[in-house]
Ligand binder design. Sequence first.
Ligand SMILES: *[C@@H]1O[C@H](CO)[C@@H](O)[C@H](O)[C@H]1NC(C)=O
Ligand SMILES: *[C@@H]1O[C@H](CO)[C@@H](O)[C@H](O)[C@H]1NC(C)=O
Ligand SMILES: *[C@@H]1O[C@H](CO)[C@@H](O)[C@H](O)[C@H]1NC(C)=O
Length: 298
Amino acid sequence: MAKSLQRPFLLLTVAAVLFSTVSFSNAIPFIVFHGIGDQCSGGVSNFTQLLSSVSGSPGSCLEIGNGEKDSWFMPLVQQASVACEKVKQMKELSQGYNIVAESQGNMVARGLIEFCDDAPPVVNYVSLGGPHAGIAAVPKCGDGPKCAIVEDILKLEIYNDFVQDHIAPSGYVKIPGEMTKYLEHSQYLPKLNNERPDERNSTFKDRFTSLHNLVLVMFQNDTTLIPKETSWFGYFTDEGFGTLLLTQQTKLYTEDWIGLKALDDVGKVKFVSVSGDHLMIGFQDVVKYVAPYLMQIS
Ligand SMILES: *[C@@H]1O[C@H](CO)[C@@H](O)[C@H](O)[C@H]1NC(C)=O
Ligand SMILES: *[C@@H]1O[C@H](CO)[C@@H](O)[C@H](O)[C@H]1NC(C)=O
Ligand SMILES: *[C@@H]1O[C@H](CO)[C@@H](O)[C@H](O)[C@H]1NC(C)=O
């Protein structure tokens, strides 16, 4: 099952080889954040190389902790803080950089953009299947001892403090109809989306609004994210699963809690829909929707 959260790199490997002789002029660098149950080596490393080859920009995957295991067990507040410290150490990013993030990696990326003090500027941000407005169920973990632990902990209620402290995706689970518990106990998404009326922080909004381009890629046949429209900040109403709100109908957008509307009003948000299941982006779609945003020259 864990496989279903990963991408079909084999398809992309051939293309990476074809494009592998590129010299980086003064293009600004990019970093990649992988999804849950994944790590920077293997397929993600191939994908990073492919992006580099196609765009002609230097890039690297930024690992949080030990990768796969920490992607499940390290709370997102901490993951974002690790990312924050790491980018500040990377001299090559100091003049600005771009981000490409996969799935849960988008929660880390946005935490980095919104919460990190004295960070180098993020120019373009490409989100692939990001659970931006929450998900209504934790993704399947699969088999093995690690997943057995995950399953055990998840027998407790999702808004239990122990779960919030120990299972990363619990930080962006938002169960329709359980808003009171969610706003009181969820440790991550309510802060990231400036959802708590008394705790909205305009600094988070200012930082998010300073992006030059925000590319939100939704997978038409996404069976991992419930609902898939969360990739575009669309979500169920607070009352229950019955009604799905389009991005522009959500309060996050209309009241502009984080600057999504401000960015959209000036044409800086690209709502992209591609065919395929979660993260199954094809080479042509990479060329069309990802690479152009990595090509900016400093
Ligand atoms: C990554 O690329 C290497 C070398 O081209 C290949 O051997 C390997 O199978 C690829 N890994 C994945 C997961 O696609
Ligand atoms: C908002 O966030 C910034 C950056 O993290 C922080 O310095 C500031 O104290 C926060 N403001 C409030 C009112 O919490
Ligand atoms: C997506 O799902 C639809 C209907 O469920 C199906 O007809 C279509 O073939 C799927 N497309 C891909 C690319 O998987």
